[in-house]
Design a protein around this ligand. Structure first.
Ligand code: F6P
Length: 358
């Protein structure tokens, strides 16, 4: 059996754990498996840049962050445009698959990468995928690997900010990744005891944010921690059309949403506000124990799909159990936090403000 394997899109802590899970299960359950690792994502498949993996390549990597295969972004919107060398990307990938006489391609990736996986599957390639992202925004699965490790990093940042915020009686904004969704901010905000959590799915009202800070002051709480998603948006901006918003954003001089809110809060409340952005640290370092276990188990399930020839599917978690979902049901969708998500209700019950008007 010949398997192609690649990691695509932004990396995360437990990619190696997941690949190891796939490989060990395959080696353990069949005598006849060759794994071709494509280097730097789909790019390696387009340019036929690969490494014939040895069993030992998958040893000792469980605790290693990043990806032993390297990764890159191959935006789907340009998939039908030739690459820098003038190569047809889709034709290149199909040719590589055929030249190497692969039985299946295993792709570990996030939202965008799943569009390409679904396209290759439509074109007749056998594809099995694993949901990878710190954003946890892949449609069709309750959990992606990488997410739990990133929650730990973001939470630790909020934890560490608490002491300095308290000493200086300051407002702190911790800007958290998550792309267009608020999963990471919501989970780490609750875990870190943030007082205000701002996510893209619930546009925030600046006055409401100010009111919460003032209310806390009256209660003798001199500091406030705001966990703010990188994609958070004010209710004023949310009212604009896409085009109007694009124009408005061009006029912004701040490097990110947290700095913009910080400026507004300082101007309106005259209060000291500081911004902390953990950034790519959230994707780096050693995977957490729970993430390692989860990624390993996803790997085992993916190998099961390959061995049973259940191609065209992503491994997923549905109702808390491992399952599979067809790629066409995953591709092109984003799993957002619904306003009726129980995390929202629970956060508000705790007294955390989500910045929306009461
Ligand atoms: O999708 C993972 C993610 O880390 C997002 O949270 C973030 O918006 C984006 O990738 C950052 O991308 P890049 O690594 O290309 O800067």
């Amino acid at each position: 059996m010949k398997i192609g394997m690649l990691t695509s899109g932004g990396d995360c802590q437990s990619l190696n754990a997941a690949m190891r899970g796939v490989a060990k299960t395959l080696y353990n359950n069949t005598n006849d498996v060759e794994i071709y690792g494509f280097l730097d994502g789909y790019k390696g498949m387009i340019t036929k840049n690969y490494k014939l993996m040895k069993e030992e390549d998958f040893s000792g990597i469980l605790t290693e962050g990043g990806t032993i295969l390297g990764t890159s972004r191959t935006p789907f919107k340009y998939i039908n445009e030739p690459d820098e060398e003038g190569r047809d990307k889709v034709a290149g990938m199909i040719k590589t698959y055929k030249d190497l006489k692969l039985d299946c391609l295993v792709m570990l990736g996030g939202n965008g990468s799943h569009k390409t996986a679904a396209l290759l599957s439509q074109k007749g390639l056998n594809v099995v995928t694993l949901p990878k992202t710190i954003d946890n925004d892949i449609e069709g699965t309750e959990m992606s690997f990488g997410f739990q490790s990133a929650i730990d990093v973001a939470t630790r940042t909020i934890d560490e900010i608490h002491t300095t915020a308290a000493s200086h009686s300051r407002v702190f904004i911790v800007e958290i990744m998550g792309h267009k969704t608020g999963w990471l901010t919501l989970h780490s905000g609750i875990a870190g005891g943030a007082d205000i959590i701002l996510i893209p799915e619930i546009p925030y009202n600046v006055n409401e944010v100010l009111n919460t800070i003032k209310k806390r002051e009256k209660q003798g709480k001199k500091f406030t921690i705001i966990a703010m998603a990188e994609g958070a948006i004010s209710d004023e901006d949310a009212k604009l059309s896409k085009k109007e918003l694009k124009e408005k954003i061009k006029t912004y001089t701040f490097p990110s949403v947290a700095y913009q809110l910080s400026d507004e809060l300082q101007k309106r409340a005259g209060q000291e506000v500081r911004v902390t952005i953990p950034g790519h640290v959230q994707r780096g370092g050693i995977p957490s124990a729970s993430d390692r276990t989860f990624a390993t188990r996803i790997g085992v399930e993916a190998a099961g799909l390959i061995l049973r020839k259940e191609y065209g599917n992503m491994v997923c978690i549905k109702d808390g159990k491992f399952s599979k979902i067809p790629l066409e049901e995953v591709a092109g969708k984003t799993k957002m936090v619904n306003a009726d998500n129980e995390l929202i209700r629970q956060a508000e019950s705790l007294g955390i403000s989500l910045g929306r008007k009461a």
